[in-house]
Each structure stands twice: as C-alpha cells, then as structure tokens.
Design a protein. Sequence first.
Length: 251
Amino acid sequence: MVKIIMHGCNGHMGQVISSLVEKDPNAQIVAGIDIADNGNNSYPVFTDMEACDTPADVLIDFSSPKAADQLMDYCVRRSLPLVLCTTGLSEAQLAKVEETSGRIPVLRSANMSLGINTLLKLIQDAAKILATAGFDMEIVERHHNLKLDAPSGTALALADSLNEAMDGEYHYVYDRSQRRELRDPKEIGISAVRGGTIVGDHEVIFAGPDEVIEFKHTAYSKAVFGKGAVEAAKFLASKPAGKYDMSDVIG
Ligand SMILES: NC(=O)C1=CN([C@@H]2O[C@H](COP(=O)(O)OP(=O)(O)OC[C@H]3O[C@@H](n4cnc5c(N)ncnc54)[C@H](OP(=O)(O)O)[C@@H]3O)[C@@H](O)[C@H]2O)C=CC1
Ligand SMILES: O=C(O)C1=N[C@H](C(=O)O)C[C@H](O)C1
C-alpha cells in the first residue's frame, strides 16, 4: 500500500486523484496540503505545509509554481519522493529540481498521460526525417479558460523533444504579432489557445512544400493525467534519489 501526501488537494487535479485513489486497493492518501481546508476531503488537510508530518511514502504535487521552492525543501527535509506535476516553473526552479533530485527521487513531467508520453517519442523520428528535409515545425495547444500558464508545459516538452532530435539547433517563437520578417527555418513556433472547458489538446505540425503532417493528442478527461500520476507515485516510492520522468514509468 503506497501512502501518498496530495499537495494541491482541493484543486481540479487533487480531486481527480482523490477519487482515483479511493478505488485503488494499493494506494491511500494519508494527508492533503492546500491553501485552505474546505472540509470536503476524507483525509486530514494541512494549510501549513510545515505542520504536515504524517508518515508517507511519496508526495504528489498539482498546485502552483508559487509553492514549488518551499515544496522541494519540505520533501528534502522529510526524505519524501516527489512527483512534480505542476507546470510553469521558472528557470531557477527547474535548476532547483536538478539540485533536489541529487538528494531525493524526483519525477517531473508536464504531462502524465500515456498518449503524450508516446507522442514525445514518435515526433523525434518524424523530426529527423521531415525537419531535415526542410519542413517547418509548429506546435498548437488548447486548454480551458482556468489555465494560468502559457504555453502549456506539454507544448514546451514537445518542443524540447523536437529540438533534442535536431541536436538543439532550434529556438522557440511564442508570439509573431510584432514581427515583420520571414519565418526562421530553425524556429519552432508555439501557439496557445484558451477557452471553455477544453481539457488539453496538443498538435505538432510538420509543414513542408505542398504537404503537411500533423500529430494530435486530445485529452477527453483529466483522469488520464491522474492515472499516470498515481502510477508514477507507486513507481517512485521505492526508488533511490535521482531525476525521473514518465518514460521511466511507461518503459
Ligand atoms: N503534469 C500533468 O499531467 C498536469 C499538470 N497540471 C498542472 O498542475 C497544476 C494544477 O492544476 P489544476 O489542479 O488544474 O489547478 P487548480 O487551480 O484547480 O488547483 C491547484 C490547487 O493548488 C492550490 N494552490 C495554489 N497555490 C498554492 C500554494 N502556494 N500552496 C498550496 N496550494 C496551492 C490551489 O488553491 P487556490 O484555488 O486557493 O489557488 C488549488 O487548490 C497546474 O500547474 C497545471 O498546469 C494539470 C494537469 C495535468
Ligand atoms: O493545466 C492543465 O489543465 C494542464 N496542464 C498541463 C500542461 O501545462 O501541459 C498538462 C495538461 O495539458 C493539462
């Protein structure tokens, strides 16, 4: 039985994970941490992270970048493996993730779904053939109107995957509104759409002369992220310090 602390327990993803774990005989949420205790959870909720000393095997985080620094220090202090799912971290915070993973196991992934983690691999083969042949690469993401960060963490991960396949030769362009110049062949354009209740769509577009290839992932429910996060927590609970991602879980 894996004992989980849920950080951001009152949020959309915190609630998805609470429902999934309730039906899982091999996992249990032993405590939650959030800004407020709305009294809706079946486990104790701490509004002060430092006050939460409940014994646990792993912490899952779906909250806010504002909490990330304190959260990493807390997990190190408690030697608690960390499944870090919050997106929109700063460069300094990403550097802190590296440093933290030298001391405890940290699994960071901008997208916990099987589909996106498969796509991250597939597009590398496509890029090697198509970008080498001169195709332009663009990413379009669409999310609900409550999303705070843009572009999505997944869009950035997809761009990083393309760029890695192309030996890091590309740079990212997020906004062309002030530009009056031709598209640089070595750019990856990333565009964000926000509206309604869209769970999360990502398109990777390879546009060449007279032909276009598109890869598209659509999440129809936040459960795809929740399931991946619970699997990641079970995986990470017994691992040594180090940096992990969903490819370690999915294989
Ligand atoms: N890796 C992945 O697969 C996925 C990642 N995400 C990411 O996870 C994060 C959360 O998403 P989601 O659940 O939809 O967001 P929500 O806003 O619904 O939930 C976030 C929760 O964290 C709380 N919170 C905010 N700031 C703090 C803080 N400083 N300390 C503790 N708790 C805090 C919020 O409280 P309050 O409402 O009072 O602000 C809220 O209860 C986002 O960064 C999102 O991009 C989302 C889906 C999938
Ligand atoms: O905020 C969300 O909702 C999501 N965020 C993640 C991201 O920024 O990529 C993953 C998913 O697309 C949903």
